[in-house]
Design a protein around this ligand. Structure first.
Ligand code: NAP
Length: 319
């Protein structure tokens, strides 16, 4: 039987943005609920190592960092207010706002949306068939399966390079397939990759795109074509890691809140209320509203801003 919860404020999503908002709102005595979503801690929990979180000068994994953050949230938020649930429908047209979850239903006067983003896929033949059967989006989660085997990583951003470096410690060969001549990842990561490449475990396939995957019950090869369409090649592999960026998790809000390219639009240009969405009383923070920076630290800062905006909103509306 579903329970019903009403609060002045609710936070949706438990990554760095949601956790920061929760700390601020709980410390403002708003008694908020934090709905954690399917993956408590968000996508950062699958990051192998974080080196740019101020104050954590030794390597820390994304999982450890999020465990610390959630523990910090629990210092201020009552344990019954951190709820594992996944929201699949919302009603923002009338107040209080309503959220319908798999386990419970909720109503609130103000809301922070920090639902983050999900992995993007290539959408080429046989990709769907092999997801979970040779195709993965998380090297830290699935990399161990490929000890002394051959893997490919698709993409040229920070995630692709980090995943490749991680996999090079486990797999026999790591083939990086990138559709351009240059990687777009940070220089420090590219330098590290170049050094690893000297060990002859890492192979670059720059200016190549994936055409399709082949195999019977499990994947056994990947078919590539050069970006100019002139050269084709096939690589035998045991596993593939797709790291081609993210898609903001906004599907359930799309008909009720203003979006641009799938990201929630906020009042960035204004002096005040920068995290306000197109609906009064609803704020957004983190990757769900940020197509540009998408860092754990910017998401956390964004979460703090959203909490401050929400507190001011409640004060001004005397809700
Ligand atoms: P990203 O920076 O958006 O890079 C995505 C990569 O995938 C790009 O190289 C892109 O190619 C390629 N790509 C996109 N669509 C493709 C397609 N259909 N076929 C082939 N290739 C495709 O994504 P990300 O690496 O996941 O990083 C997301 C954000 O998180 C970034 O802001 C990143 O800096 C941040 N991040 C930070 C850290 C860290 O600080 N340690 C770690 C991981 C991620 P093009 O280059 O051609 O566009």
């Amino acid at each position: 039987m579903k329970k019903f919860f009403y609060r002045k404020s609710i936070i949706l999503g438990s990554g760095p943005a949601g956790c920061t908002s929760a700390i601020y709102l709980a410390r403002a005595n708003l008694n908020p609920i934090l709905i954690t979503g399917n993956y408590k801690g968000g996508q950062l929990t699958s990051s192998y190592s974080i080196e740019n979180w101020p104050g954590e000068s030794f390597k820390i994994s994304g999982k450890e960092l999020m465990q610390k953050m959630l523990k910090h949230v629990k210092m201020f938020l009552k344990s019954e207010n951190m709820i594992d649930d996944h929201i699949n429908k919302v009603d923002f047209l009338n107040k209080p706002f309503k959220l319908f979850g798999l386990n419970n239903n909720y109503a609130c006067d103000s809301l922070i949306i920090s639902t983050g983003s999900s992995n993007r896929y290539l959408e080429v033949p046989n990709e769907k068939k092999f997801i979970g059967n040779g195709i993965s989006t998380c090297a830290t989660c699935d990399g161990f399966i490929y000890r002394n085997k051959i893997v490919a990583v698709i993409g040229g951003g920070n995630s692709a390079i980090e995943e490749s470096l991680f996999l090079s410690k486990i797999a026999k060969e790591v083939h990086i397939i990138h559709r351009r001549k240059e990687f777009r990842a940070e220089k420090v990561l590219i330098k590290r990759l170049e050094r690893e490449k000297e060990n002859k475990k890492i192979f670059f396939h720059k200016n190549f795109i994936v055409r399709s995957f082949s195999g019977k019950s499990v994947i056994h090869s990947i078919n590539l074509i050069s970006s100019d369409g002139k050269t084709e090649k096939k690589i035998s592999i045991d596993g593939v890691f797709i790291a081609i960026g993210k898609i903001p998790n906004t599907k359930i809000f799309s008909k009720q809140i203003s979006l641009k390219h799938g990201y929630i639009i906020t009042n960035k240009e204004n002096d005040l209320n920068k995290t306000q969405t197109s609906i009064d009383g609803i704020f957004a923070a983190g990757d769900v509203a940020d197509s540009e920076y998408r860092q754990a630290i910017t998401a956390a800062g964004f979460g703090c801003m959203a909490a401050i905006d929400l507190i001011r909103y409640l004060e001004n509306t005397n809700t």
